[in-house]
Ligand binder design. Structure first.
Ligand code: UDP
Length: 381
């Protein structure tokens, strides 16, 4: 089967990193069409996945666009649409990985007469999107998609609640190769030494810097933990959230935490960094659609504490394979951090259990098989 994958982003967010694992097995039978140039293209190339940047013109529609703005941007998209229709005719299937990719993919599937799959990596609710964007996404998916792959039950539920047809949906979690998360002790020691983390209790936060990812919650929690508790923030402001970055720095200065917090920017050595942490904290203030970092921490054998909402609740069972805390409650988070600091053995048991469950439950080979079967079934109906 030849697949044309479409993704709007030039930057590697969670949806894009997931796409790498899905597209890779198809080799030359896949093409990833991007609507922006950027580092994601290079990462695809490093994985030998065919990639083409289909437009470098910024698509102006935002998550909060109104109807007039959405319509204006649709007109602006016509040249891109023509290009995608032409390419799509050489492929068996169009696989839209993001919302703007859904817009183009839906129309292209109609003109090129190719089935459309929409991989839903978002919680389609008003917390994240404008009413117009929601309506456009749901209407296009209902009209044109043969299959909507939701990345969690939470994403699937929000899709149906917003008016999406449930019979189109299938829930498939992100897949991971457990081998990529095996880190040697010498690598851990090296990172701890490089970052000056020896002797500290390190809480890692691995997310792009954005208000709803809640980095500020962890900073607040630090004030309620003993001084050896240090935080590392791994990730960049991928979508221009510079005001938030500034706020975080102000918060750190105001609380006198300069020596207990490090910002490492975007990194590609996530497994090594996670393995060097004593705890990984996920602090999203809005429901997380899936939460790749939660599974990655588990695969690294590092205990994880996550905000109890959305997809995170499907990944973590409190006290069994990790910890759950109420979103936006720094005190509760601090209590978990302090418990982890004291009960090292119980934690190690929880982390071991999490690693073994996650290695099976999210194994990329099994997940890719599930996707392949779903795609094949579209041609056997
Ligand atoms: N990530 C990364 N480098 C960074 C920060 C994050 O490669 O510096 C990765 C992280 O390991 C995870 C993904 O970005 O695989 C984020 O996915 P998640 O589902 O947690 O959040 P999203 O970005 O999709 O909202």
């Amino acid at each position: 089967m030849k697949i044309l994958f479409l993704d709007q982003s030039g930057k590697p967010g969670g949806a894009e990193l997931c796409l790498i694992d899905i597209a890779k097995p198809y080799g030359d039978r896949a093409l990833v069409g991007l609507f922006a140039d950027g580092p994601f293209k290079n990462i695809l190339q490093q994985h030998s996945i065919p990639v083409e940047v289909l437009t470098t013109q910024a698509i102006k529609v935002r998550k909060q666009s109104n109807f007039a703005q959405a319509l204006a941007s649709l007109i602006q998209l016509i040249p891109l649409l023509i290009k995608v229709v032409k390419i799509a005719k050489q492929y068996d299937l169009i696989y839209a990985n993001t919302q703007k990719a859904l817009v183009i993919g839906a129309l292209a599937s109609f003109f090129a007469r190719r089935p459309l799959v929409y991989h839903l990596h978002d919680i389609l609710s008003q917390e994240h999107f404008s009413q117009t964007n929601l309506r456009v996404a749901i209407t296009l998916a209902n009209l044109f998609a043969s299959l909507v792959i939701a990345n969690s039950a939470a994403s699937q539920k929000a899709f149906v609640q917003a008016g999406g047809k449930s019979e189109l949906t299938a829930i498939v979690y992100n897949g991971f190769d457990p081998k990529n998360y095996q880190v040697s002790e010498s690598d851990v020691n090296k990172i701890q030494h490089q970052l000056g983390l020896e002797g500290k209790f390190v809480v890692g936060h691995f997310s792009r810097l954005a208000p709803w990812k809640g980095q500020h919650i962890l900073i607040d929690a630090l004030t309620k933990c003993p001084p050896q508790v240090t935080a590392i923030f791994v990730g960049d402001a991928l979508f221009g959230e510079q005001d938030y970055v500034q706020q975080l720095h102000q918060q750190i200065t105001a609380l006198g935490l300069e020596n207990r917090v490090k910002f490492l920017g975007f990194r590609s050595d996530i497994p090594q960094l996670m393995a060097a942490c004593n705890l990984v904290a996920h602090t999203s203030t809005a429901p997380e659609p899936f939460g790749r970092v939660i599974v990655e921490a588990m695969l690294c054998g590092t205990p994880v504490v996550a905000a109890k909402a959305g997809g995170a609740m499907e990944l973590v069972e409190h006290g069994v394979n990790g910890f759950l805390v109420t979103p936006e409650q720094p005190l509760e988070l601090a209590q978990v951090i302090n418990t982890c600091l004291q009960e090292i053995e119980i934690n190690a048991t929880i982390a071991d259990r999490a690693k073994s469950i996650a290695s099976q439950r999210f194994d990329v080979a099994t997940i890719n098989q599930q996707i392949a079967q779903l795609l094949c079934s579209l041609f056997n109906e």
